[in-house]
Design a protein around this ligand. Structure first.
Ligand SMILES: C[S@@+](CC[C@H](N)C(=O)[O-])C[C@H]1O[C@@H](n2cnc3c(N)ncnc32)[C@H](O)[C@@H]1O
Length: 238
């Protein structure tokens, strides 16, 4: 996706406090304090943190934040031109439980602490179809290793795409990294189980709206982070 750089966007984006977190590494391991500050609570009980990687223009995350006010939602996006739209949308409804990070997903390991994130969302991630670019896919094992560091054990990665090759690749990568695959569907919007799936399966992203309108199937799965297997040393009593 090539985007035209609009002069002044950078300056504009930095004005979107509190929705833009300008120094996200400062909150590593302390996101509950950040959330308490945003919600104006003195001694809060922990709030679930849900993170969308490559949030685009923010349609999905704004709707999820509105529908699930008891969770805190964070959208990460690299490109300021699209992030600006996501921020503007959050501002229109004064979203209390939503924040955005202007970052590369690569940086997320320096932003979130061990097990700090309850749920991850990868919606229509760039497919990087050439084999020599496979390492850039956000479901490559290289990224799954990063997510494992800050996703809570038992937490889910929810993944949606229009790209069958990327989907099959992702299923293999997730399985190889020991994630348990659940709710795997090769045509989400024609799947009779859709009505009983969790809300995030039914809330559409901007890419999903576009592809579904064209009649293209949408692929979706959930991948659960299982506990690391306990290694038994040879000769031990266990
Ligand atoms: C194909 S768009 C999908 C946007 C949105 N999730 C949707 O479903 O409509 C992929 C988005 O991911 C962002 N992105 C891709 N690689 C990224 C990275 N490494 N870090 C942060 N954002 C990234 C792109 O800038 C783009 O906005």
């Amino acid at each position: 996706m090539r985007l035209r750089r609009i002069p002044g966007t950078r300056e504009k984006i930095l004005e979107y406090t509190p929705w833009l977190v300008t120094e996200p590494t400062a909150w590593q391991g302390r996101w509950q304090s950040y959330i308490a500050g945003r919600l104006g609570c003195e001694s809060p009980s922990p709030v679930e943190i849900h993170l969308e990687l490559g949030t685009g223009r923010g349609r999905f995350i704004n709707e999820m934040a509105r529908e699930c006010p008891d969770r805190f939602w964070i959208g990460a996006e690299l490109r300021e031109e699209v992030l600006l739209d996501a921020l503007e949308l959050a501002k229109t409804w004064e979203a209390p439980n939503l924040a955005f990070l202007w970052i590369n997903v690569e940086q997320t390991v320096d932003i979130f602490g061990d097990g700090e994130v309850d749920g991850l969302y990868l919606n229509f991630s760039d497919p990087w179809p050439k084999e020599r670019h496979a390492k850039r896919r956000l479901t490559h094992q290289r990224f799954l290793d990063r997510y494992r560091r800050y996703l809570k054990t038992g937490g889910l990665i929810r993944f949606k795409t229009d790209n069958e090759e990327l989907f099959r690749f992702s299923l293999e990568e997730m399985a190889a990294k020991g994630f348990a695959l659940e709710q795997v569907t090769f045509d989400l919007h024609k799947d009779p189980a859709l009505a009983s799936m969790e809300l995030s399966a039914r809330v559409m992203t901007e890419y999903e709206c576009r592809f579904s309108r064209q009649g293209m199937p949408i692929y979706r799965c959930e991948a659960r982070l299982l506990p690391e297997p306990v290694r038994v040393m040879p000769g031990s009593d266990e």
